[in-house]
Design a protein around this ligand. Structure first.
Ligand SMILES: Cc1cc2nc3c(=O)[nH]c(=O)nc-3n(C[C@H](O)[C@H](O)[C@H](O)COP(=O)(O)O)c2cc1C
Length: 198
C-alpha cells in the first residue's frame, strides 16, 4: 500500500499542461538528467508513465542493464526537464530517484511495478528482452525477435523508476514579461512557493 502524500501545488499545473497539450504525443516525453560517477551529467529522453496514485511520484520504466541504473544507485538525485510546446511552458523537476526492480519485494511500490508492466504495450515489453543495451550491435536480427514475455510477469530487466520531486521550477513563456514560479519542499515536507523573475 503506497503512503498517501500531500498533493503538491505544481501537480495541478502539470495536469493542466498535459491536458492542454494532449494533441501532441511528444508531450508525454521529457528529458531525465542523472550524474555519472565522474561527476559529469548524463541526459536522455524517457516516456512519462503517469503518477503513482495519491502521490507526487512520476513514473518511468527502464531497463536494469542501462547505464542510468548505476548512476542512480551512486547518486539518486535527478532532474527532469519537460517542455510543452503548445502551451509554451517548461517544468524542471528535481528530486530523489527511486528504482524498483525484480528483487525489491519489500518496496511499497512493488505492486506498482507489477501494474505498470501489465499496462505496457507488447512492443514496449519486448524491448526488455532485447540484447544488452549499448553492447556491440548484435549481428543476429533474430535476437530482436525473442518470444514475447508474459504480460502478467515482469521480466528481471524491467525496472520501475520513480521521481519524487523536492523542487520544481515552472516557467511559462506566455506573457510579457514571462512568468516563473519556484516550488520547494521544506524538511517537514510541506510545499512552499515563490514567484521569481523569469
Ligand atoms: C522518444 C523516446 C522515448 C524513450 N523512452 C524511454 C523510456 O521510457 N525509458 C528508457 O529507459 N529509455 C527511453 N528511451 C531511450 C533513452 O533515451 C536512452 O537511450 C536509454 O534509456 C539509454 O540511456 P542510458 O544509457 O543513459 O541509461 C527513449 C528514447 C526516445 C527517443
Amino acid at each position: 500500500m503506497v503512503t498517501q502524500q500531500e498533493l503538491a501545488p505544481w501537480r495541478s499545473l502539470l495536469a493542466r499542461s498535459l491536458h492542454r497539450n494532449r494533441s501532441k504525443p511528444q508531450s508525454r516525453y521529457f528529458q531525465l538528467a542523472t550524474v555519472q560517477s565522474n561527476g559529469k551529467p548524463a541526459n536522455r529522453t524517457v516516456v512519462f508513465r503517469g503518477f503513482v496514485e495519491t502521490s507526487n511520484h512520476l513514473k518511468i520504466v527502464t531497463d536494469r542493464r542501462s547505464e542510468k541504473i548505476e548512476q542512480i544507485q551512486q547518486q539518486p538525485w535527478g532532474e527532469i526537464c519537460w517542455y510543452f510546446s503548445k502551451s509554451r511552458e517548461q517544468f524542471r523537476l528535481g528530486g530523489e530517484l527511486i528504482l524498483i526492480g525484480d528483487r525489491d519485494r519489500d518496496s511499497e511500490f512493488y505492486t506498482e511495478r507489477q501494474n505498470t508492466w501489465e499496462n505496457l504495450s507488447d512492443s514496449a515489453r519486448l524491448q526488455f528482452v532485447w540484447p544488452h543495451p549499448k553492447q556491440e550491435r548484435s549481428p543476429d536480427s533474430g535476437a530482436f525477435e525473442p518470444p514475447a514475455p508474459e504480460s502478467d510477469t515482469p521480466v528481471e530487466n524491467f525496472c520501475l523508476l520513480l521521481l519524487n520531486p523536492h523542487q520544481v521550477d515552472y516557467l511559462t513563456l506566455r506573457g510579457d514579461p514571462q512568468n516563473r514560479h519556484i516550488y520547494w519542499q521544506e524538511e517537514d515536507r510541506t510545499w512552499r512557493d515563490r514567484e521569481v523573475n523569469p
